[in-house]
Design a protein around this ligand. Structure first.
Ligand code: GH3
Ligand code: MG
Ligand code: MG
Length: 353
């Protein structure tokens, strides 16, 4: 090896080093070489680089792999010809371990043959320096590697932030902002899937349309903010009152919608009644409004195949008609779609429950 001594190239290397050091994290570098003299020379060359925080050493590939298990490093400078485990085998082991995937590796060897360089790069080395090395060139290459490492980490941070933003965007696109329930779009895409699954396997699918009674009056009496709170409360009552494989969504305004897979009319009626009672039993604790009275909901029910719906919209329309009937008959009740066959038991079509 030889120290360059050329002021110009040293200055350029130092300048590159300064640029890297600016706002950069400090790095740990691993030197792997069986020659004590080479390790000392490399350490002396690198020790002045501001970007480098710590230099650790290993005497061969085995020693280096064992050190890596407990000491994470950012950059490895590895010799090729070493006892026990040579540089190429060490490099392969590093690149085959996902834990070390992002570590930069510079191969450093007296083997100056192009074929060795190609082999090293093919095995996953990021750069290759032949010995004896020029100090300035080595510093410049190390500086470039550390800069690349920084850019790689920045890219990873940005990719992670983008993924988080996409997840948040997806959540916002599918969730109703007020109640946290699936919004109409999200509900209908799930209903579409469930409808086709139910038809394919011949399972009953029940649909409930719920509308808060006299909600306009509630808003007028208590204010819009209390009205919003009431909508949240109804949403929570629905979410808590159904099974994990049922689905409740906000249809719009003060209207909610639920589908209940593998649920026949009689069972759908039990669920509807339970939800209706949950809503009317719920009491709000809104600041400054002591004892806001509970509210009631009217519910329309339709079940496939009792209601011979061809598409999800047919089932929704049938439940909507039943809801309309529940309103007409006095509200605060659950009503089956008039197009249904009678559920088991003694409920006439369209009768309040
Ligand atoms: P009905 O028993 O016939 O359903 O009567 P209603 O008053 O509930 O029905 P109507 O359709 O006349 O009024 C619905 C009310 O729901 C009016 C509207 O201001 C209120 N509403 C819709 N969306 C929201 C909301 O996001 N927040 C609040 N606070 N109110 C809402
Ligand atoms: Mg309404
Ligand atoms: Mg209403």
């Amino acid at each position: 090896m030889s120290d360059s001594g050329e002021a110009g190239t040293d200055a350029a290397a130092a300048q590159a080093a300064d640029a890297t050091a600016y706002a950069s994290p400090r790095r740990r570098v691993l030197i792997v070489d069986d020659s004590h003299a080479v390790r000392v020379a490399l350490r002396e060359a690198l020790v002045g680089l501001p970007a480098i925080d710590e230099i650790v050493e290993a005497v061969d590939g085995i020693d280096a792999l064992s050190l890596l298990t407990h000491t994470p490093v950012d950059l490895i400078l590895s010799d090729i010809t070493m006892p026990r485990l040579d540089g190429f085998k060490f490099l392969s082991a590093v690149r085959n371990n996902p834990r070390y995937r992002d570590v930069m590796v510079i191969m450093l060897s007296a083997l100056g043959e192009s074929v060795d360089k190609v082999r090293g790069l093919t095995l996953g080395a990021n750069d290759y320096v032949t010995k004896p090395f020029e100090r300035a060139e080595l510093l410049a290459r190390v500086t470039v590697m550390l800069k690349m490492k920084e850019l790689q980490e920045e890219l990873q941070r940005k990719a992670a932030a983008l993924e988080r933003a996409n997840l948040e965007l997806e959540r916002l696109a599918n969730q109703d902002g007020l109640t946290g329930l699936p919004n109409r779009r999200s509900f209908f895409s799930r209903l579409e899937i469930e409808f086709h699954r139910s038809r394919r396997f011949g399972d009953s699918l029940s649909l409930l349309m719920l509308d808060i009674d006299h909600f306009k009056r509630f808003n007028d009496n208590h204010g819009h903010q209390v009205g919003d709170e009431a909508l949240r409360m109804v949403g929570a009552a629905l979410a808590e009152g159904i099974r994990s494989y049922d689905c409740a969504g906000r249809y719009g305004g003060e209207e909610f919608i639920c589908f209940l897979p593998e649920t026949k009319p009689a069972a759908a009626l039990v669920v509807a009644e339970r939800l209706r009672q949950c809503v009317s039993a719920a009491r709000m604790t809104v600041a400054g409004s002591d004892g806001v009275p509970g509210m009631t909901v009217s519910i329309g029910i339709a079940t496939w195949p009792d209601c011979p719906a061809e598409r999800p919209d047919d089932l929704v329309a049938a439940a909507d008609r039943a809801l309309y009937q529940a309103k007409a008959e006095g509200r605060n009740r659950s009503v089956f779609s008039v197009s249904l066959k009678q559920p088991e038991g003694d409920l006439p079509n369209g009768a309040p429950c």
